[in-house]
Ligand binder design. Sequence first.
Ligand SMILES: Cc1cc2nc3c(=O)[nH]c(=O)nc-3n(C[C@H](O)[C@H](O)[C@H](O)COP(=O)(O)OP(=O)(O)OC[C@H]3O[C@@H](n4cnc5c(N)ncnc54)[C@H](O)[C@@H]3O)c2cc1C
Length: 382
Amino acid sequence: MSEQIIIIGSGVSGLTTALTLQLLGYETAIYTEKTITDISNKNGHPEFASLFPSASIIPHSVYSNQLEKLFKRSQYIFYELRKLAFPGITINKHYELWESEPNRPDYCNWMLNFEAVSNTEIEKLPHRPVVDKLYGWSFNCIFADWSLYLPALLHTYLQNGGTIRQQKVNRETISDLPAEIIINCSSTGSPYLFDDPSNKQLVVRGHLLHKADAPLLTNSNGEIVSYNYTPKAEIYSDSKGKAADVYCYPRKDGWILGGSRQVGTLENEEWQVSEDYYEIDGIRFPKQIIDLNSRIINTFFETELSIKNELTPSVGYRYIRNKKNGLRLESETVANKKVIHNYGHGGAGVTLSWGCALAVTSHVNNNSADENKQTLLKEIQQ
Ligand SMILES: Cc1cc2nc3c(=O)[nH]c(=O)nc-3n(C[C@H](O)[C@H](O)[C@H](O)COP(=O)(O)OP(=O)(O)OC[C@H]3O[C@@H](n4cnc5c(N)ncnc54)[C@H](O)[C@@H]3O)c2cc1C
């Protein structure tokens, strides 16, 4: 017997969770204020994060005490989807490089083909021409080529019998929703819909530039190369003076150049703004996204990047909630319904999408009397 479950939100979290439940045999419906298909000016909706991701499968800018488990499950499913030729999933040789010695994040242990860089071969690494010592590593990194992957996810959900209803849900109307189980994937909408125990609601704003029709960047082995590069703090830093990174992710539709990580709050939208900026189409973004990336790209890949190129800027919010355990993945009872929260993914909502969807299905299945579903889920999670 199928049971109806309502998912609030149709970003990557809502779609992935709804698809997973639908594939497990539940009848699902997504209720959403906005969908990816009805947005023409994404800069008018910076809070709808799924319009923006780059999207590397790396747990950057996210805070969770379940990170390893969630990441590894997601990574596994992305690799399986790639084997099945699901649209948009690619693998790059990805470099994370610093001019000063960094702390080594835990995720270094979870990446395939991880390798520390060696300065004896600095000419083989993306770098500023004046630099002769670098720290960091490379690994095989999955990318979800966004203009291909997200529409395919939506299509797969609809093809498997899922339904989407465009409707804003309010705090007062939750009790009227026609399902006993509600999955909350409304991201920045969440603190307005439910009581949120976090005493902070932090958002990290990010600037991106899209350069259309740019070539794939490759190394001498023919591998597609992408990078995050952090120079010394005097070259590029955040408002607290901490060294900041720029990046370039080549995709089929051109390059995605970043970045910035400007911390503000959801309520006040007060941003730490750099004084060193360029402006395109009324959007100001840190100069180094062009200047530093251009020095690296012009030297290492012998191809051009300049402010004179045709570039499309965008700016969106990564909703981290707080820096302790910002990802909210838990259930509670609201208006006599079981509500399972899945939000606060910061800069890693794509990265963790499948792991979080499986965690949600565990919460749902704890309620379900259907032994087949419980067995199937246990098999997937192993
Ligand atoms: C610049 C930038 C770069 C990024 N790069 C990466 C990356 O490389 N890798 C990565 O993994 N992640 C990246 N991210 C993060 C990623 O984009 C987000 O974590 C992810 O998109 C969050 O998805 P979501 O579905 O949880 O939320 P959202 O995409 O924000 O979707 C929320 C949904 O809820 C709906 N909603 C809200 N309130 C209501 C309501 N009251 N009623 C009904 N519906 C409602 C909205 O309409 C929307 O459909 C990046 C983000 C930014 C901004």
